[in-house]
Write a protein that binds this ligand. Structure first.
Ligand SMILES: [Zn+2]
Length: 152
């Protein structure tokens, strides 16, 4: 793959552990462009966009904030806990943007499944279609996430 210096630099930042322990790529050997492409294709098969997922994730986080760290029921199927850690992180992509170190944990009441994301995770999904590398602590499998969030 022919890559620009910017793409190479971004890959280095995504793989480094300075911003988050373990980096954003985990054990995933694939270049970030390839991860984004594969995850985008998986979502396309389901007829869902990354943006739709991000909107839903943000809605849950904002709703859950009212609980101040205790579980809040969201609609009929989910329970949301938001931990508002102090401090901010920046996105490794070259643009302005700071994100709270908020961590949202959502549990499906019917299945017991859980999903977890940070404010930066939501931004990654929405702006970059990036669900992080496999093995990253905040990796979200797009198909699982779509089913988890969009359950009818
Ligand atoms: Zn960004």
């Amino acid at each position: 793959m022919k890559r620009s210096p910017e793409a190479k630099r971004l890959e280095e930042i995504l793989r480094c552990s300075r911003i988050v322990a373990g980096g954003f790529m985990g054990e995933d050997p694939r270049p970030h462009e390839e991860i984004i492409e594969a995850d985008g294709a998986a979502l396309a098969r389901l007829g869902v966009t990354a943006r739709q997922l991000a909107v839903r994730m943000r809605e849950m986080t904002e709703y859950g904030m009212a609980g101040l760290g205790t579980p809040v029921r969201f609609e009929e199927r989910w329970e949301v806990v938001v931990d508002e850690n102090r401090g901010e992180t920046v996105c490794p992509w070259p643009h302005e943007g700071r994100y709270q170190k908020t961590v949202t944990t959502v549990r499906r009441i019917d299945t017991g499944e859980t999903a977890r994301w940070s404010a930066l995770s939501v931004h990654f999904v929405e702006a970059h279609g990036f669900f992080q590398g496999r093995g990253s602590p905040f990796r979200l499998e797009p198909e699982d996430l779509a089913r988890f969030l969009m359950a009818a």
